[in-house]
Design a protein. Structure first.
Length: 438
């Protein structure tokens, strides 16, 4: 039922072109069908992968961990149906190498102690944090978000130098530690770095986490259960990410192609290698992990929007850095002009600076005067309609085309005292954009 990737030495750099040659042609595969070469392979969509992995018996090929028999790691289910991703023993070894490469880029190594706030099995994040950290030479001090208290109760707080988790989980557990054990800077006196994964990280939330925990640095990991870490934040350029091109192969569907898809449901956007994308270009990322032993991931269209940066690429022009702008399904169309979550966040940040606590944009039904309502929570200031003019100016800076739009008739600003508290469960994600078609 599965495609077996050719045996490879467990090296850090994967030869993508060789794997493309060795894997093809693919014949009569229930997921990929009949394909002669890589470029002809249809995009793999999350819903299709969910159906396939849930309906296929991988037990004969998947590894058997004591706590996770016939090891399948569940995703959080952004398609409303979680995916059960199978791992062979060889895949788990590759996973450790992959995680270690990413964590070393963010400064982890010998002598570090790690507090994991990942989700427990059968989710992969807790497993990956523990095994990836230990592969760098660091020590994992707990297993996941369900046992973080044991670190403090066992008197290991002084050993914690790294904390890893999703932003909302890190935030809420940080508050819980302070309430139960006292100030975080005293409980974890040698803490230096927070690594955040699983969700976009707005500047205001980054600053809040830094202040709450006392981190010297807060870095993002961009990744997915299906393909592991996709990119690591540049340590000298906050917000820009170095792609894991040594492990994964990346393609890019330009924004112009995405617009054609919105206009014609039968049209399929044409991708190009990310190395051919130009500086500043927006589009949707496509990921291939061809080295997997059980179920190589081919042309997986994860549904995330990125922006390409060539002028500031850390290594060379073939591996540009990127900014992750949010989910494609959360694209906000203002008179047909696309706005993405992190563009909205930048405009709000430029408008309110350190005053912004959180925000939420909701699309209104057609009978309303405004297309969208933007709710904003601030620290100390009271907003009025005149204040919103600065927001509209900053939105126009994010997309020049918006200068021709009367944004005062498109986006209504509403101040709120607070947003509903989010229950910490699994790898919790924020929902800042609510659209009628989602």
């Amino acid at each position: 039922m599965t495609i077996k990737a050719p045996e490879q030495q467990q090296s850090e750099v994967v030869n993508h072109q060789q794997l493309m040659t060795d894997l093809y042609p693919i014949s009569n595969h229930p997921l990929y069908g009949n394909v002669l070469k890589f470029a002809q392979t249809p995009y793999l969509m999350p819903a299709t992968l969910a159906d396939f992995t849930n309906d296929t018996d991988f037990s004969a090929e998947a590894t058997s961990l004591e706590i996770c028999p016939a090891c399948f790691f569940n995703t959080s289910g952004t398609t409303n149906r979680s995916k059960k991703i199978p791992f062979s023993d060889a895949d788990l070894e590759r996973q450790k190498i992959h995680e270690a490469i990413a964590l070393r880029k963010l400064g982890m190594g010998e002598g570090d102690g790690v507090m994991s706030l990942g989700a427990p099995l059968p989710s992969i994040s807790g497993w990956a944090i523990v095994n990836g950290s230990e592969a760098t030479g660091a020590r994992a001090l707990n297993s996941s978000q369900i046992d973080y208290e044991e670190i403090i109760e066992k008197g290991l707080g002084e050993q914690v130098t790294f904390v890893i988790g999703t932003p909302l989980v890190v935030k809420e557990i940080g508050k819980a530690i302070e309430m139960e054990f006292g100030p975080l800077r005293e409980v974890l006196p040698n803490l230096k770095t927070g690594i955040i994964f699983g969700d976009v990280l707005p500047d205001a939330l980054r600053a809040e986490l830094k202040e709450l925990w006392g981190f010297n640095n807060v870095y993002s990991l961009y990744g997915t259960v299906e393909a592991d870490v996709v990119a690591t934040e540049c340590v000298d350029k906050p917000g820009e990410m170095n792609l894991m091109s040594e492990r994964l192969y990346f393609e890019f569907i330009p924004e112009s192609e995405l617009a054609k898809e919105r206009q014609d449901a039968s049209y399929v956007g044409q991708a190009k290698p990310v190395s051919q994308a130009y500086n500043g270009e927006f589009g949707e990322i496509i990921i291939s992990d061809l080295s997997r032993d059980t179920l190589p991931l081919i042309r997986y269209r994860i549904g995330d929007i990125i922006q390409i940066h060539r002028a500031t690429a850390a290594y060379n022009i073939e591996t540009p850095t990127v900014s992750v702008l949010g989910r494609s399904k959360n694209t906000v169309l203002v008179c047909g002009i696309a706005l993405y979550e992190m563009q909205l966040n930048r405009a709000i940040q430029q408008w309110l600076g350190d005053e912004v606590v959180d925000w939420k944009l909701t699309q209104n039904a057609s009978q309303y005067k405004y297309s969208y309502t933007l709710q904003v929570q601030t620290k100390n200031i009271e907003l009025n309609k005149r204040d919103a003019l600065s927001l509209y100016i900053n939105l126009s800076k994010q997309r020049d085309e918006l200068q021709q739009v009367d944004l005062t008739q498109q986006i209504e600003v509403e101040q709120v005292k607070a947003f509903e508290q989010v229950e910490v469960k699994g790898d919790t994600k924020a929902q800042r954009i609510v659209l009628l078609n989602n």
